[in-house]
Design a protein around this ligand. Structure first.
Ligand code: ZN
Length: 276
């Protein structure tokens, strides 16, 4: 298997797959009217279940290697937990990663952050997470201490002494910036990568399927603030549409690279080739 690679300016980027997992389609479009959802799924050739990929992005700046998100890990079953294998295909080991950016603390993004022994899976890396995300997940919220919160707390506590808390809007490394993308979770971030006049935007769970571009009002199940999530989705789609800015979508069709276009009075996802 050859890794999918591309350049942003002078930076080398690799799509590092953690594989995929099958979810009920409803989990991605919680508030969609049944008839409209069925029509959208059928237009995209989908049934009641959807195969969702986990495309992590590795950016090699020459000085540092950054990995953005870590996949779902073992929790994703046999079709997932491919991160280490995908790194190896790119000629890399976990030891080669200097910075791990966790866009938010859901299990399908931090699932590969720890190894089976509960140790940081990237032994030489500093892990970055927004302060808002840390505060949200580590706060005790009586009555909303669901399984997801417990999972996140366990993982974050195990990572705690490797974790550096960052602001939702600020520089991560030279040419790499966090962009606030709240709503899905309070501290969710997109990531902007700029080099030599080129730019790429990494998008986590702002849109989790191309259908979210057509229907930005459809919420992913369990979003912390559904209205804010919709506003963030619209704001980023407006920012990206028809700009030629390449976009790397964590849950977009593998290997994750595309553009946002405006066509027939709706936003749409357009897969792009690796030559930019
Ligand atoms: Zn996700």
């Amino acid at each position: 298997m050859h890794p999918f690679t591309f350049q942003v300016g002078v930076l080398n980027c690799f799509s590092i797959s953690d594989g995929q997992h099958t979810y009920p389609a409803r989990a991605f479009f919680a508030n969609a009217p049944a008839g409209e959802l069925a029509a959208a799924l059928s237009r995209h050739g989908l049934a009641a279940e959807m195969v969702t990929p986990f495309n992590c992005l590795l950016v090699d700046t020459g000085a540092q290697r950054l990995l953005i998100d870590t996949g779902i890990g073992r929790r994703g079953g046999p079709s997932a937990d491919k991160l280490r294998q995908s790194l190896a295909a790119a000629g890399l080991t976990p030891e080669n990663v200097d910075i791990v950016v966790l866009t938010h603390a859901h299990a399908d993004h931090i699932g590969g952050a720890l190894n089976t022994g509960g140790q940081p899976a990237f032994p030489n890396a500093r892990y970055l997470l927004t302060r808002a995300e840390w505060d949200f997940w580590t706060a005790e919220r009586p009555g909303v201490n669901d399984a997801r919160r417990k999972q996140a707390q366990t993982a974050l506590r195990l990572l705690e002494n490797r974790l550096y808390l960052i602001e939702s809007d600020g520089e991560i490394a030279p040419g790499v910036r966090a962009l606030p993308a709240p709503g899905h979770t309070p501290g969710n971030i997109a990531v902007e990568i700029v080099s030599a006049g080129s730019r790429l935007i990494y998008i986590p769970d702002v849109f989790a399927h191309p259908i979210h571009l057509e229907q930005p009002g459809w919420n992913i199940m369990g979003e912390d603030d559904p209205l804010l999530a919709i506003n963030t989705r619209r704001r980023l789609l407006e920012m990206l549409a028809d700009t030629d800015t390449p976009v790397f979508g964590y849950h977009m069709p593998p290997p994750g690279l595309g553009r946002v276009i405006w066509q027939e009075r709706a936003w749409a996802w357009q897969t792009v080739s690796p030559t930019m």
